[in-house]
Design a protein around this ligand. Structure first.
Ligand SMILES: [Zn+2]
Length: 173
């Protein structure tokens, strides 16, 4: 759950989406890098029950990299600006610890809305270890992989039917 309405233009009272600005298409290598990276920050996100966030992108040498995870709030996290020589592919954020009070196993409406309006795709890791991908161009979230795909909160009890490939748009969220 995050509201990254950093670059939103407000035109005549309506939100005007930024153009999609992806420097290269999503690849299997990008997804693999992102999953491995999430597993390095999930435990701290569970331990203090906060979102952690940043950007996935390419470093100066052209390799996949992630900006250091910033500690956010319980329900949102706004990444620090990426360094000048870091080319952003997508944002990332975690969803804190397993919770009965919030539905943290799916992206929030604001997660997807912010990504659409910023024109930047987003990866989301859940307490159950699921990974979602907000596709800004297609304006939908896709479940890339299921429970325990990345490090999961030991307190998480899975009771959800969410097949890999599940797609949710703003209306569904
Ligand atoms: Zn979120």
């Amino acid at each position: 759950m995050v509201a990254l309405l950093l670059f939103v233009k407000c035109v005549d009272g309506y939100l005007e989406p930024e153009p999609i600005n992806r420097i290269q298409p999503q690849s299997a290598a990008e997804i693999a890098f992102t999953k491995a990276f999430f597993s390095t920050i999930q435990e701290i996100s569970f331990a203090d029950n906060r979102e952690y966030c940043g950007y996935i992108g390419l470093n100066a040498e052209g390799g996949f990299a992630a900006t250091p995870a910033k500690r956010g709030k319980r329900n949102y996290c706004v990444p620090r600006y990426a360094p000048r020589d870091f080319r952003v592919l997508a944002s990332y954020h975690t969803h804190g610890a397993a919770s009965l009070a919030f539905d943290t196993e799916v992206p929030s409406f604001d997660d997807l809305r912010a990504d659409i309006y910023e024109g930047i795709d987003g990866y989301i890791a859940t307490p159950g270890g699921r990974v979602w991908y907000d596709d800004a161009a297609k304006q939908r979230s896709v479940l890339l992989c299921g429970v325990k795909c990345v490090t999961a909160d030991p307190d998480y009890t899975d009771n959800k039917y969410l097949p890999v490939g599940t797609m949710l748009d703003l209306d569904a969220l």
